[in-house]
Design a protein around this ligand. Structure first.
Ligand SMILES: *[C@@H]1O[C@H](CO)[C@@H](O)[C@H](O)[C@H]1NC(C)=O
Ligand SMILES: *[C@@H]1O[C@H](CO)[C@@H](O)[C@H](O)[C@H]1NC(C)=O
Ligand SMILES: *[C@@H]1O[C@H](CO)[C@@H](O)[C@H](O)[C@H]1NC(C)=O
Length: 129
């Protein structure tokens, strides 16, 4: 599911702008935002446990603008902390990356945001103790 409130669009624009700048030089750029396939709606994560976030890499463009991925936790549709992502600096072509659930308030409106060129939101799922 993709949320496109103006704030998030702005945030992901800013983030993708900076990641784009750091990914120089490339002559031809393709925006690549693979869909998150896990977690899904109905997923329940436990604080302190490890899980593999997965995404669909079946259709990457030839020239990827930014091949480094970053995973950020979001709550209520708002990405939480870009300065301390759950994971960063992995290849966006990996299709999977293991994360540890941080010590956050339990809730049923969490989502994972996978950043490549832009941000792609997973469905909302639950984090519990
Ligand atoms: C990918 O980039 C290379 C080198 O810049 C370029 O020659 C090629 O045409 C690009 N391919 C596509 C599909 O954009
Ligand atoms: C995540 O995937 C890797 C590679 O397949 C595997 O070794 C690891 O055990 C998985 N972690 C979890 C928490 O399932
Ligand atoms: C990613 O790599 C950059 C540059 O090497 C480094 O400054 C940054 O701390 C790394 N981020 C993470 C989450 O490992």
């Amino acid at each position: 599911m993709m949320f496109t409130t103006p704030i998030m669009t702005l945030i992901s624009f800013i983030v993708s702008f900076f990641t784009m700048v750091s990914a120089l030089p490339v002559s031809v750029r393709d925006v690549y935002v693979p869909p998150v396939t896990y977690p899904t709606a109905g997923t329940v994560w436990h604080i302190g446990q490890n899980y593999n976030v997965t995404w669909d890499t079946s259709d990457p463009p030839v020239n990827i603008t930014n091949k480094y991925g970053m995973i950020v936790l979001a709550k209520g549709g708002i990405a939480l902390d870009y300065d301390s992502p759950l994971a960063a600096n992995f290849s966006i072509l990996d299709g999977t990356h293991e994360i540890t659930v941080p010590n956050v308030d339990p809730g049923d409106d969490y989502a994972i945001v996978l950043f490549g060129d832009s941000g792609n939101y997973s469905p909302e799922f639950t984090i519990t103790n």
